[in-house]
Structures are given as structure tokens and as C-alpha cells.
Design a protein. Structure first.
Length: 487
């Protein structure tokens, strides 16, 4: 072999060695890049989790857990073969930023007030609110039938917490859900909803417009459905008792009427009256109409134009107005506007025999005494359409992309309908009687988004007069008395 040929062979051999070394180094760097990105994703995920409250992180019933599952999937996707590593990194980083933005919004400072009027779906909303507390994502601090002192105390506590959060002095912003309902032990919040509560919300919204979401909502029901439900829940048993006494010869009183038609024909505009809440008018809605001692105040018989203008002013002030027959649409819009993520629910407080009411006949009976309620319902339907467009852009796309998947996930189990699907496991917390927690020697829980000690007014359970406390679900075998309608 000539000298030139030898040098040429040696040069080629050296070039091949250099090429192999470069390939190995490049491969190592690529593996390091993949590993480094994977580790960085894990670190960022851990930091994101740590930045949330422990209750939200370990909740088994909500978007937070699903977000974590998506993050794990994203980390696996990074190490799968792909056409472009850079594209994978960019997409994953973009997705991570989007998730952080979504978490930031969902965990932000918020106050949402729901105005509950009788037999329009309000109890279902209340139990949904209670559910948020045991998931560890919200506070529901106003009791059923709040007093002026309870509202004022909460309002100022929330204001101070919102201010502290905005100024960086409070790590976890306040997140509160409030139901305004005129009922035992006090009707103050309902009687003063228009004059005080809505004005307070207006002030808070302006005061914290840059840092907090302050929103409100209201449900209206088709008049014939609301009258039938109201009758079945509040009136039917009284008529049956009077009828039984009459048949036994113990009484001849007929203070409630003989039928739904007798009662309904003399009870004008139930929903409009309850929203306006003039005490003597609302009181008249629930008393026996043919009792000798009962008389209607003249200004309770007809909703005046001045009163109706007040109703429309309230409509304009609500962020979301919906109808009961479109409850799922209403709920999804409220979730978007208020930032409530866990919207699965179980129908609550449904009438046991309301199906026996002849609604076609009842509709004819109430036609002339529900002119304002009929207009209220029509206005609410239009308002819900506007809210959907504002929140989602298009009614058609909302129903296809948001409503349909939510409703298609609904299942029935043990004679109960779980709208939106049934969670696979239990929430972390539960409300129990305070005496039960004490007997089990279990410490009560206060969550970081709360502004009221022991959960404020929510330390009372619906229909239970005894004090209740929140505890770790796994730490106490005492029965759940609140927030457990999914159990």
C-alpha cells in the first residue's frame, strides 16, 4: 500500500471515530435534555400542588385531581418518541402555563351569593354549596335564615380577608358561597336582600374589582311547576289533615280549601312576591287562605308597576339569572362565572307526590293570578340565554361542547340520580355533630379560605339545630350530617 493510500485510510478511520463520539455525546445530551425537562416538570408540578391548600390537592371529587392526572400524562408524553423534541417541550410548557392560569383563577378570591326563592331548586343549590366545603375548596358561612348580625359579621370578615389577600398579607384568598333565604330562624337576609345585600355586593365588587370576583345568581321556575311543587310541599298535608278531621267528625273547618285549585286561585304571583319580600305579603303566601282571621293587605294582591321596576333592576344586578327547567345550563354558567369547579349534584327536596297534580288544569286556574310570575319566567329565560353567550360565546356550541358532556355523564345508582356523574371516592372532610366529634376525641378542621371561625354560620346543619364541626373524614366514624348527599 502506498503512503498516500495509508494516510487516506487513517484519515477516514479517524473521521469515523470522531463521528461516533459526536453521535454518542449528542445522544447523551438529548437524554439529559429529556430527563432535565421531565425533572423540571415534576418540580413544577410539586410546587403547583404545594401552592394549593392540602384539602384541594387530595380531594377525590373535582378538577384538581383530574388536573394532576393530566400533568402525569403530560410528563409521560415527554419521553415518548416524537417528531420534534422542541415541539413537545414547547407544547408541554404551554399546557403547563395554561394549567397554572386555570388553577390561579379557580383558587382566586371570590364571593358568590345565590338568592333562593321557594321551590325553584334552591335546596339543590344549598347542598351543592355544602358539598364544596367538604371538598375543601369553598366556605359557606351564612346559615339558612341569616340574621343581620350574621351577614354584617361575615361581610366585614370577608372584606378584611380580601384586602389582606390583595396586599399579600394573607396567603390563601377567601372563597365564599352564600345562600340568601327567608326562613327560620330569621328572614332578615331575604327581607333586606334588595336594599342591603345587593348594595353591599355592589360596593364589594367595586372595592375589589382588580383582585376578587364578586357575583350573584337567581333562579325562576315556570309558574305552574312552582305552584304545583309549593302546594305539594307546604299545603297538601294541611288540606289532608282538615279532610281527615272532617270525616271523623272532629272538625268542620275548611281553612285551606279542598283542592290545589282552591288554594292556588287566591295566592297571586308567589315568586315575584317572595323576591320583593314585603313581610305581610310573604307571610300571606304560607297561611291558610280561608281562615277567619286572615285578610290580604290590599297592596299584596297586585304587583304594582313601581314594584315591577324594582324586580327588573334586581335582574340587571344579578350576574346569572336562570330557570329551573334549564337548571344544568344555569349551573354550568354559574360555575364559569363564579369559579365553582365541582358541579356534580343530586336532586334534592323533590316533592313526593307532585306528579299527582293535574298541571294542565292548574295552569288554567293560575293564569290570571300569575301574570307577573309569567313575565318573570320569560325574562329569566332570555337572561339565561344572554349569560350563556357572554360566558361561552354561543348557545349552540355551549350545548354541544359543555352541556352535553356534563349531562351524558349522569348515572343512576341506588335509586338516586347523580347529575354529571358520581365521584369514584369520598371527599376528605365531613360535617358531624360537635358532640360526636368530642366523644370521638377528634379535632375540628378550619380551612385556609375560611374567614369565619369554625366555618361561621355553616357550623349549623340544615334541619339540625345542634352545632356541627368539620373533621377529617377518615378520623371520625360519626355520621355525616352536612355536605354528604353524594355519600
Amino acid at each position: 500500500m502506498s503512503v498516500g493510500a495509508a494516510w487516506n485510510c487513517a484519515f477516514r478511520l479517524a473521521a469515523a471515530i470522531v463521528l461516533i463520539v459526536l453521535v454518542v455525546v449528542a445522544s447523551g445530551r438529548r437524554v439529559d435534555l429529556i430527563r432535565a425537562f421531565d425533572i423540571d416538570e415534576e418540580v413544577r408540578a410539586e410546587r403547583s400542588v404545594q401552592s394549593l391548600t392540602s384539602a384541594r390537592v387530595i380531594s377525590d371529587d373535582g378538577h384538581v385531581e383530574r388536573d394532576a392526572d393530566v400533568e402525569r400524562d403530560a410528563r409521560v408524553d415527554v419521553v415518548r418518541p416524537s417528531a420534534s423534541m422542541e415541539s413537545t417541550v414547547d407544547d408541554a410548557a404551554s399546557t403547563s402555563e395554561t394549567r397554572r392560569d386555570e388553577r390561579s383563577r379557580s383558587a382566586s378570591c371570590a364571593l358568590h351569593v345565590f338568592r333562593h326563592v321557594s321551590k325553584t331548586g334552591g335546596t339543590t343549590m344549598r347542598f351543592l354549596f355544602d358539598r364544596q366545603t367538604v371538598l375543601g375548596t369553598w366556605e359557606a358561612p351564612i346559615p339558612y335564615g341569616a340574621t343581620e348580625e350574621e351577614w354584617t359579621t361575615f361581610r366585614e370578615a370577608w372584606r378584611e380577608a380580601a384586602k389582606g389577600s390583595a396586599e399579600g398579607e394573607r396567603e390563601t384568598p377567601p372563597r365564599a358561597l352564600v345562600e340568601v333565604r327567608g326562613h327560620h330562624p330569621s328572614s332578615w337576609s331575604a327581607a333586606n336582600f334588595e336594599r342591603v345585600v345587593m348594595e353591599d355586593l355592589k360596593i364589594l365588587r367595586e372595592e375589589f374589582k382588580e383582585t376578587c370576583s364578586v357575583t350573584s345568581s337567581y333562579l325562576v321556575r315556570r309558574p305552574v311547576d312552582q305552584y304545583a311543587s309549593y302546594y305539594d310541599y307546604y299545603v297538601r298535608h294541611s288540606q289532608e289533615e282538615e279532610r281527615a278531621k272532617e270525616l271523623s267528625g272532629n272538625s268542620t273547618k275548611n281553612t285551606w280549601g279542598r283542592s290545589v285549585h282552591d288554594w292556588a286561585a287566591v295566592k297571586p304571583d308567589l315568586q315575584t312576591r317572595e323576591l320583593l319580600w314585603k313581610e305581610q305579603c310573604v307571610h300571606s303566601l304560607r297561611v291558610a287562605p280561608f281562615d277567619e282571621g286572615h285578610t290580604w293587605a290590599e297592596d299584596c294582591l297586585v304587583v304594582s308597576d313601581e314594584e315591577w321596576s324594582r324586580v327588573m333592576k334586581m335582574f340587571d344586578a344579578f350576574d346569572v339569572v336562570g330557570t329551573t327547567d334549564r337548571f344544568n345550563e344555569f349551573l354550568l354558567v354559574v360555575g364559569k362565572v363564579a369559579g365553582i369547579e365541582n358541579l356534580r349534584y343530586v336532586y334534592s327536596n323533590a316533592g313526593k307526590s307532585v306528579h299527582s297534580v293535574d298541571k294542565e288544569a292548574l295552569e288554567k286556574t293560575i293564569k290570571n293570578v300569575t301574570t307577573r310570575d309569567a313575565e318573570l319566567y320569560s325574562t329569566a329565560n332570555a337572561a339565561l340565554n344572554s349569560a350563556i353567550k357572554s360566558a361561552f360565546g354561543s348557545i349552540d356550541s355551549f350545548r354541544k361542547d359543555v352541556l352535553a358532556p356534563f349531562e351524558s355523564a349522569t348515572i343512576e345508582s341506588s335509586h338516586r340520580k347523580y347529575v354529571g356523574g358520581k365521584p369514584g371516592s369520598e371527599p376528605k372532610y365531613k360535617w358531624v355533630r360537635a358532640k360526636d366529634a368530642k366523644s370521638h376525641d377528634v379535632t375540628s378542621i378550619e380551612l385556609p379560605m375560611w374567614v369565619m371561625p369554625d366555618g361561621g354560620g355553616q357550623a349549623r346543619a340544615y334541619m339540625i339545630s345542634e352545632p356541627v364541626v368539620m373533621v377529617e373524614r377518615s378520623a371520625c366514624s360519626a355520621p355525616c350530617v352536612k355536605g354528604c348527599n353524594f355519600d
